[in-house]
Design a protein around this ligand. Structure first.
Ligand code: SF4
Length: 435
Protein backbone atom coordinates (compact mmCIF):
# COMPACT_ATOMS: atom_id res chain seq x y z
CA UNK A 1 0.00 0.00 0.00
CA UNK A 2 1.33 3.47 -0.88
CA UNK A 3 0.86 5.95 1.96
CA UNK A 4 1.67 9.64 2.27
CA UNK A 5 2.10 10.91 5.83
CA UNK A 6 2.13 14.67 5.83
CA UNK A 7 1.54 17.93 7.68
CA UNK A 8 0.69 20.87 5.49
CA UNK A 9 1.73 24.41 6.28
CA UNK A 10 0.86 27.69 4.54
CA UNK A 11 3.81 29.31 2.78
CA UNK A 12 3.90 32.25 5.20
CA UNK A 13 4.23 29.97 8.22
CA UNK A 14 7.12 27.83 7.04
CA UNK A 15 10.37 27.56 8.92
CA UNK A 16 11.90 31.02 9.14
CA UNK A 17 14.84 31.06 6.85
CA UNK A 18 16.09 28.50 4.44
CA UNK A 19 19.59 30.02 4.48
CA UNK A 20 20.13 30.24 8.21
CA UNK A 21 18.16 27.19 9.25
CA UNK A 22 20.89 24.67 8.38
CA UNK A 23 23.07 26.45 10.95
CA UNK A 24 20.38 26.36 13.62
CA UNK A 25 19.33 22.81 12.91
CA UNK A 26 22.91 21.60 12.61
CA UNK A 27 22.68 20.95 8.87
CA UNK A 28 19.71 18.65 9.40
CA UNK A 29 16.44 18.70 7.60
CA UNK A 30 13.95 18.27 10.41
CA UNK A 31 10.68 16.31 10.51
CA UNK A 32 8.15 17.13 13.24
CA UNK A 33 7.35 14.55 15.88
CA UNK A 34 3.73 13.91 14.88
CA UNK A 35 5.00 12.60 11.55
CA UNK A 36 7.74 10.60 13.29
CA UNK A 37 5.02 9.04 15.46
CA UNK A 38 2.71 8.10 12.60
CA UNK A 39 5.61 6.69 10.60
CA UNK A 40 6.68 4.53 13.55
CA UNK A 41 3.14 3.16 13.80
CA UNK A 42 2.95 2.23 10.11
CA UNK A 43 4.05 -1.33 9.29
CA UNK A 44 7.18 -1.59 7.15
CA UNK A 45 5.54 -3.54 4.36
CA UNK A 46 3.88 -0.31 3.23
CA UNK A 47 5.58 2.15 0.94
CA UNK A 48 5.61 5.44 2.87
CA UNK A 49 6.46 8.99 1.85
CA UNK A 50 6.75 11.55 4.64
CA UNK A 51 6.53 15.26 3.81
CA UNK A 52 6.57 18.05 6.38
CA UNK A 53 5.75 21.35 4.68
CA UNK A 54 6.82 23.35 7.73
CA UNK A 55 10.40 22.19 7.19
CA UNK A 56 10.62 22.75 3.44
CA UNK A 57 9.00 19.50 2.31
CA UNK A 58 7.29 19.57 -1.10
CA UNK A 59 4.14 17.55 -1.64
CA UNK A 60 4.03 15.94 -5.05
CA UNK A 61 0.33 15.82 -5.93
CA UNK A 62 1.04 13.90 -9.12
CA UNK A 63 2.13 10.84 -7.11
CA UNK A 64 -0.46 8.12 -6.67
CA UNK A 65 -1.24 7.21 -3.06
CA UNK A 66 -3.77 4.75 -1.71
CA UNK A 67 -4.00 6.55 1.60
CA UNK A 68 -2.99 10.06 2.70
CA UNK A 69 -2.67 10.76 6.44
CA UNK A 70 -2.61 14.43 7.39
CA UNK A 71 -1.78 15.77 10.84
CA UNK A 72 -3.06 19.27 11.47
CA UNK A 73 -2.82 22.05 13.99
CA UNK A 74 -5.30 24.92 13.88
CA UNK A 75 -3.31 27.60 11.98
CA UNK A 76 -2.48 25.05 9.29
CA UNK A 77 -6.01 23.62 9.03
CA UNK A 78 -7.02 25.45 5.86
CA UNK A 79 -3.87 24.39 4.03
CA UNK A 80 -4.42 20.83 5.22
CA UNK A 81 -8.00 20.86 3.97
CA UNK A 82 -6.71 22.03 0.56
CA UNK A 83 -4.27 19.12 0.51
CA UNK A 84 -7.00 16.69 1.59
CA UNK A 85 -9.43 17.94 -1.08
CA UNK A 86 -6.80 17.75 -3.81
CA UNK A 87 -5.82 14.16 -2.99
CA UNK A 88 -9.43 13.06 -2.72
CA UNK A 89 -10.05 14.58 -6.16
CA UNK A 90 -7.20 12.43 -7.42
CA UNK A 91 -8.74 9.28 -5.98
CA UNK A 92 -6.80 8.80 -2.73
CA UNK A 93 -8.46 8.06 0.62
CA UNK A 94 -7.68 10.76 3.16
CA UNK A 95 -7.48 10.57 6.96
CA UNK A 96 -7.17 13.73 9.06
CA UNK A 97 -5.91 13.79 12.65
CA UNK A 98 -4.03 15.95 15.14
CA UNK A 99 -5.07 18.89 17.32
CA UNK A 100 -7.46 20.66 14.99
CA UNK A 101 -9.45 17.66 13.72
CA UNK A 102 -9.60 16.36 17.31
CA UNK A 103 -11.23 19.63 18.39
CA UNK A 104 -13.51 20.00 15.35
CA UNK A 105 -14.13 16.52 13.89
CA UNK A 106 -17.36 17.51 12.13
CA UNK A 107 -15.56 20.24 10.21
CA UNK A 108 -12.64 17.90 9.36
CA UNK A 109 -15.05 15.21 8.11
CA UNK A 110 -16.04 17.50 5.22
CA UNK A 111 -12.52 17.10 3.84
CA UNK A 112 -11.66 13.52 4.76
CA UNK A 113 -12.83 9.95 4.47
CA UNK A 114 -11.85 9.39 8.07
CA UNK A 115 -11.08 11.56 11.10
CA UNK A 116 -8.89 10.41 13.97
CA UNK A 117 -9.54 12.04 17.34
CA UNK A 118 -6.86 11.95 20.02
CA UNK A 119 -3.74 9.84 20.29
CA UNK A 120 -2.88 7.59 17.35
CA UNK A 121 -1.09 4.54 18.82
CA UNK A 122 -4.15 2.28 18.62
CA UNK A 123 -6.43 4.10 16.20
CA UNK A 124 -3.97 4.51 13.31
CA UNK A 125 -2.99 0.81 13.09
CA UNK A 126 -6.70 -0.07 13.31
CA UNK A 127 -7.52 2.40 10.53
CA UNK A 128 -4.81 0.82 8.35
CA UNK A 129 -6.25 -2.67 8.90
CA UNK A 130 -9.79 -1.47 8.19
CA UNK A 131 -8.64 0.30 5.04
CA UNK A 132 -6.93 -2.84 3.75
CA UNK A 133 -10.15 -4.74 4.36
CA UNK A 134 -12.19 -2.06 2.59
CA UNK A 135 -13.98 -1.10 5.80
CA UNK A 136 -12.52 2.24 6.81
CA UNK A 137 -14.69 4.07 9.35
CA UNK A 138 -15.48 7.76 9.18
CA UNK A 139 -14.36 8.28 12.78
CA UNK A 140 -11.72 6.78 15.07
CA UNK A 141 -11.82 8.13 18.59
CA UNK A 142 -9.21 7.27 21.21
CA UNK A 143 -11.24 7.66 24.38
CA UNK A 144 -8.82 6.34 27.02
CA UNK A 145 -5.33 7.81 27.39
CA UNK A 146 -2.74 5.54 25.79
CA UNK A 147 -0.67 3.41 28.17
CA UNK A 148 2.77 5.09 28.05
CA UNK A 149 4.43 1.64 28.08
CA UNK A 150 3.21 0.96 24.55
CA UNK A 151 4.37 4.22 22.98
CA UNK A 152 7.02 3.18 20.47
CA UNK A 153 10.16 5.19 19.67
CA UNK A 154 9.71 7.66 16.83
CA UNK A 155 10.89 6.86 13.36
CA UNK A 156 13.86 9.19 12.80
CA UNK A 157 15.45 8.60 9.42
CA UNK A 158 13.58 9.69 6.35
CA UNK A 159 14.36 10.02 2.69
CA UNK A 160 16.57 12.82 1.33
CA UNK A 161 18.32 13.36 4.66
CA UNK A 162 15.24 14.41 6.64
CA UNK A 163 15.53 13.53 10.30
CA UNK A 164 13.47 13.81 13.47
CA UNK A 165 15.22 15.05 16.63
CA UNK A 166 12.25 15.45 18.98
CA UNK A 167 11.70 13.09 21.91
CA UNK A 168 8.62 12.82 24.08
CA UNK A 169 9.12 11.36 27.54
CA UNK A 170 5.73 12.31 28.97
CA UNK A 171 2.29 13.16 27.69
CA UNK A 172 -0.43 15.33 29.16
CA UNK A 173 -0.42 18.07 31.74
CA UNK A 174 -2.18 18.21 35.08
CA UNK A 175 -2.56 21.98 34.97
CA UNK A 176 -5.67 23.58 33.62
CA UNK A 177 -4.66 26.73 31.80
CA UNK A 178 -7.80 27.81 29.98
CA UNK A 179 -6.05 28.80 26.75
CA UNK A 180 -4.10 25.55 26.36
CA UNK A 181 -5.06 22.79 23.92
CA UNK A 182 -2.71 20.09 25.23
CA UNK A 183 -5.64 18.39 27.00
CA UNK A 184 -7.56 17.94 23.75
CA UNK A 185 -5.14 15.26 22.59
CA UNK A 186 -2.84 14.37 25.48
CA UNK A 187 -5.26 14.60 28.38
CA UNK A 188 -5.14 16.22 31.79
CA UNK A 189 -2.98 13.70 33.64
CA UNK A 190 0.71 13.38 33.16
CA UNK A 191 1.71 9.98 31.79
CA UNK A 192 5.33 8.95 31.91
CA UNK A 193 7.05 6.60 29.52
CA UNK A 194 9.41 4.09 31.14
CA UNK A 195 12.72 5.90 31.58
CA UNK A 196 14.74 3.08 30.00
CA UNK A 197 12.65 3.39 26.82
CA UNK A 198 13.29 7.13 26.65
CA UNK A 199 17.03 6.74 27.27
CA UNK A 200 17.27 4.05 24.59
CA UNK A 201 15.50 6.36 22.15
CA UNK A 202 17.81 9.28 22.93
CA UNK A 203 20.88 7.05 22.50
CA UNK A 204 19.70 6.25 19.00
CA UNK A 205 19.49 9.89 17.92
CA UNK A 206 22.45 10.39 15.60
CA UNK A 207 22.75 14.09 16.26
CA UNK A 208 24.44 15.54 19.36
CA UNK A 209 21.46 17.78 19.95
CA UNK A 210 17.77 17.07 20.32
CA UNK A 211 14.74 18.59 22.02
CA UNK A 212 12.15 17.29 24.46
CA UNK A 213 8.73 17.82 22.91
CA UNK A 214 6.93 17.36 26.24
CA UNK A 215 4.34 20.00 27.11
CA UNK A 216 6.22 20.35 30.39
CA UNK A 217 9.15 18.33 31.65
CA UNK A 218 8.65 19.56 35.20
CA UNK A 219 5.23 17.99 35.86
CA UNK A 220 6.88 15.19 37.84
CA UNK A 221 10.22 16.46 39.10
CA UNK A 222 11.40 13.09 40.47
CA UNK A 223 10.77 11.41 37.13
CA UNK A 224 12.64 14.14 35.28
CA UNK A 225 15.61 14.00 37.66
CA UNK A 226 15.89 10.25 37.12
CA UNK A 227 15.65 10.74 33.37
CA UNK A 228 18.31 13.47 33.44
CA UNK A 229 20.63 11.29 35.52
CA UNK A 230 20.13 8.50 33.02
CA UNK A 231 21.24 10.57 30.04
CA UNK A 232 24.03 12.58 31.60
CA UNK A 233 26.79 10.41 30.14
CA UNK A 234 25.46 10.60 26.60
CA UNK A 235 27.09 14.01 26.03
CA UNK A 236 24.18 15.47 24.12
CA UNK A 237 22.60 18.94 24.26
CA UNK A 238 18.90 19.57 24.54
CA UNK A 239 16.22 22.20 25.10
CA UNK A 240 12.96 21.52 26.93
CA UNK A 241 9.80 23.14 28.29
CA UNK A 242 9.07 23.58 31.98
CA UNK A 243 6.95 25.45 34.50
CA UNK A 244 8.59 28.27 36.40
CA UNK A 245 7.44 27.24 39.90
CA UNK A 246 8.87 23.71 39.49
CA UNK A 247 12.21 25.12 38.43
CA UNK A 248 12.71 26.49 41.91
CA UNK A 249 13.93 22.96 42.64
CA UNK A 250 17.74 23.34 42.52
CA UNK A 251 18.32 19.62 42.12
CA UNK A 252 16.01 19.49 39.10
CA UNK A 253 17.85 22.36 37.43
CA UNK A 254 21.34 21.07 38.23
CA UNK A 255 20.49 17.54 37.06
CA UNK A 256 19.18 19.02 33.79
CA UNK A 257 22.43 20.94 33.40
CA UNK A 258 24.53 17.80 33.93
CA UNK A 259 22.34 15.98 31.42
CA UNK A 260 23.09 18.58 28.73
CA UNK A 261 20.23 21.07 29.02
CA UNK A 262 21.21 24.30 27.29
CA UNK A 263 17.93 26.13 27.78
CA UNK A 264 14.60 25.88 29.50
CA UNK A 265 11.67 27.29 27.53
CA UNK A 266 9.24 28.63 30.11
CA UNK A 267 5.64 29.72 29.59
CA UNK A 268 5.70 32.88 31.69
CA UNK A 269 2.68 34.01 29.68
CA UNK A 270 2.30 37.28 31.60
CA UNK A 271 3.79 39.49 34.25
CA UNK A 272 0.26 40.36 35.44
CA UNK A 273 -0.76 38.07 38.30
CA UNK A 274 -4.42 38.95 37.70
CA UNK A 275 -4.17 37.86 34.06
CA UNK A 276 -2.51 34.58 35.07
CA UNK A 277 -5.08 33.86 37.77
CA UNK A 278 -7.91 34.65 35.40
CA UNK A 279 -6.74 32.08 32.84
CA UNK A 280 -5.96 29.44 35.45
CA UNK A 281 -2.16 29.47 35.09
CA UNK A 282 -1.70 28.51 38.73
CA UNK A 283 1.91 27.46 38.31
CA UNK A 284 3.08 31.04 37.82
CA UNK A 285 3.68 33.45 40.69
CA UNK A 286 5.05 36.63 39.19
CA UNK A 287 6.91 37.79 42.31
CA UNK A 288 9.01 34.61 42.15
CA UNK A 289 10.03 34.94 38.50
CA UNK A 290 13.14 37.02 39.05
CA UNK A 291 14.83 34.82 41.67
CA UNK A 292 14.07 31.57 39.80
CA UNK A 293 15.35 32.94 36.48
CA UNK A 294 18.52 34.04 38.24
CA UNK A 295 19.04 30.60 39.76
CA UNK A 296 18.63 28.85 36.41
CA UNK A 297 20.97 31.26 34.63
CA UNK A 298 23.53 30.96 37.44
CA UNK A 299 23.74 27.26 36.63
CA UNK A 300 24.76 28.20 33.07
CA UNK A 301 21.42 27.42 31.45
CA UNK A 302 19.65 29.92 29.21
CA UNK A 303 16.09 30.97 30.07
CA UNK A 304 13.82 31.44 27.08
CA UNK A 305 10.38 32.86 27.68
CA UNK A 306 6.97 32.66 26.07
CA UNK A 307 4.91 35.82 26.66
CA UNK A 308 1.28 36.28 25.70
CA UNK A 309 -0.67 39.55 25.34
CA UNK A 310 -4.38 40.25 25.20
CA UNK A 311 -5.65 38.71 28.44
CA UNK A 312 -8.75 40.33 29.90
CA UNK A 313 -6.74 41.87 32.73
CA UNK A 314 -4.01 43.23 30.43
CA UNK A 315 -4.01 47.03 30.44
CA UNK A 316 -2.20 49.09 27.77
CA UNK A 317 0.87 49.47 30.00
CA UNK A 318 1.47 45.68 30.01
CA UNK A 319 3.74 45.90 26.95
CA UNK A 320 6.37 48.28 28.31
CA UNK A 321 6.24 46.73 31.75
CA UNK A 322 6.87 43.29 30.25
CA UNK A 323 9.76 44.45 28.09
CA UNK A 324 11.42 46.23 31.03
CA UNK A 325 11.03 43.15 33.22
CA UNK A 326 12.48 40.89 30.54
CA UNK A 327 15.53 43.11 30.20
CA UNK A 328 15.94 43.30 33.96
CA UNK A 329 15.72 39.51 34.31
CA UNK A 330 18.16 39.02 31.40
CA UNK A 331 15.91 36.57 29.57
CA UNK A 332 18.02 34.99 26.81
CA UNK A 333 15.39 34.56 24.13
CA UNK A 334 11.66 35.06 23.89
CA UNK A 335 8.54 34.64 21.81
CA UNK A 336 5.82 37.30 21.97
CA UNK A 337 2.44 35.86 21.19
CA UNK A 338 -1.04 37.27 20.85
CA UNK A 339 -3.59 35.39 22.94
CA UNK A 340 -5.26 32.89 20.63
CA UNK A 341 -8.35 30.89 21.57
CA UNK A 342 -7.71 27.53 19.93
CA UNK A 343 -10.85 25.48 19.25
CA UNK A 344 -11.51 22.94 21.96
CA UNK A 345 -10.18 25.12 24.78
CA UNK A 346 -12.28 26.68 27.56
CA UNK A 347 -11.06 30.08 26.37
CA UNK A 348 -12.50 29.48 22.90
CA UNK A 349 -15.85 28.55 24.40
CA UNK A 350 -15.88 31.60 26.66
CA UNK A 351 -15.08 34.06 23.87
CA UNK A 352 -17.56 32.36 21.56
CA UNK A 353 -20.30 32.61 24.23
CA UNK A 354 -19.44 36.26 24.79
CA UNK A 355 -19.66 36.94 21.04
CA UNK A 356 -16.05 38.16 21.00
CA UNK A 357 -14.60 35.93 18.26
CA UNK A 358 -13.80 38.08 15.23
CA UNK A 359 -13.08 35.35 12.70
CA UNK A 360 -13.09 31.64 12.08
CA UNK A 361 -10.35 31.92 9.49
CA UNK A 362 -8.10 29.35 11.17
CA UNK A 363 -5.03 30.56 9.30
CA UNK A 364 -5.20 33.65 11.52
CA UNK A 365 -5.12 31.51 14.69
CA UNK A 366 -1.32 31.50 14.59
CA UNK A 367 -0.59 33.56 17.73
CA UNK A 368 0.38 36.48 15.52
CA UNK A 369 -3.06 37.89 14.72
CA UNK A 370 -5.86 39.26 16.85
CA UNK A 371 -8.85 36.96 16.37
CA UNK A 372 -11.03 38.17 19.25
CA UNK A 373 -12.21 41.44 20.73
CA UNK A 374 -9.77 42.35 23.56
CA UNK A 375 -11.17 43.95 26.71
CA UNK A 376 -8.90 46.85 27.57
CA UNK A 377 -7.37 47.86 24.25
CA UNK A 378 -8.28 47.92 20.59
CA UNK A 379 -7.37 45.07 18.26
CA UNK A 380 -4.93 47.40 16.47
CA UNK A 381 -3.26 48.37 19.71
CA UNK A 382 -2.82 44.73 20.72
CA UNK A 383 -1.35 43.83 17.35
CA UNK A 384 0.89 46.87 16.93
CA UNK A 385 2.28 46.87 20.44
CA UNK A 386 2.99 43.13 20.48
CA UNK A 387 4.86 43.53 17.23
CA UNK A 388 6.67 46.61 18.41
CA UNK A 389 8.04 45.02 21.59
CA UNK A 390 9.08 41.96 19.59
CA UNK A 391 10.98 44.27 17.23
CA UNK A 392 12.58 46.06 20.14
CA UNK A 393 13.61 42.80 21.82
CA UNK A 394 15.16 41.58 18.57
CA UNK A 395 16.86 44.85 17.63
CA UNK A 396 20.51 44.44 16.69
CA UNK A 397 21.75 46.16 19.84
CA UNK A 398 19.53 44.11 22.17
CA UNK A 399 20.50 40.85 20.49
CA UNK A 400 24.16 41.80 20.87
CA UNK A 401 23.68 42.58 24.56
CA UNK A 402 21.95 39.27 25.14
CA UNK A 403 24.65 37.35 23.38
CA UNK A 404 27.32 39.00 25.53
CA UNK A 405 25.28 38.04 28.61
CA UNK A 406 24.75 34.44 27.54
CA UNK A 407 25.05 32.33 30.71
CA UNK A 408 26.52 29.37 28.88
CA UNK A 409 30.05 29.79 27.57
CA UNK A 410 30.15 26.49 25.75
CA UNK A 411 30.86 27.15 22.04
CA UNK A 412 27.89 25.12 20.79
CA UNK A 413 25.32 26.82 23.00
CA UNK A 414 26.89 30.22 22.44
CA UNK A 415 26.57 29.89 18.67
CA UNK A 416 23.08 28.36 18.99
CA UNK A 417 22.00 31.42 20.94
CA UNK A 418 23.47 33.83 18.39
CA UNK A 419 21.85 32.08 15.45
CA UNK A 420 18.45 31.64 17.07
CA UNK A 421 18.33 35.29 18.16
CA UNK A 422 19.34 36.63 14.74
CA UNK A 423 17.14 34.16 12.91
CA UNK A 424 14.04 35.14 14.86
CA UNK A 425 14.91 38.83 14.54
CA UNK A 426 15.15 38.42 10.78
CA UNK A 427 11.89 36.46 10.71
CA UNK A 428 10.03 39.19 12.59
CA UNK A 429 11.21 41.85 10.19
CA UNK A 430 10.00 39.80 7.26
CA UNK A 431 6.65 38.76 8.70
CA UNK A 432 3.66 41.03 8.28
CA UNK A 433 2.16 40.18 11.64
CA UNK A 434 3.29 40.30 15.24
CA UNK A 435 5.41 37.57 16.82
S1 SF4 B 1 1.09 24.31 32.24
FE1 SF4 B 1 1.56 24.56 30.06
S2 SF4 B 1 1.04 22.59 29.10
FE2 SF4 B 1 0.07 22.63 31.13
S3 SF4 B 1 -2.01 23.38 30.77
FE3 SF4 B 1 -0.75 25.16 31.27
S4 SF4 B 1 0.01 25.96 29.30
FE4 SF4 B 1 -0.78 23.87 28.96
Amino acid sequence: MKILITAGCPESERYPDILLSPLLLGFRKEISISLGQLSALTPNENQIDVVDEYYFGDIDFSKQYDLVAISSITPHAIRNYEIADEFRKRGATVALGGYHPSALPEEAKKHADSVVIGEAELTWPQLLKDFENGKIKSLYHQLEPIDPNIIPPLKRNFEKGFYCTGVQATRGCQNRCRFCSVHNVEGSHIRKRPIDNVIKEIKEIKSNSFFFADASLTGDAEYSKELFNGIKDLHKHFECFGNINDLEDDELVSSSKLAGCISWWIGFESISQESLDNVGKKTNIVKNYSKIIKKIRNQGIAVKGLFVFGFDYDMPDIFNKTLNAIFEWKIDDAAFLILTPCPGTPLFKQLENEGRLLTRDWSKYNFGNVVFEPKNMSTDELWNRTRSIAKEFFSFSNITKRIMNNPNRNLYTFSNNIISNFLVGRYINKRDYGF
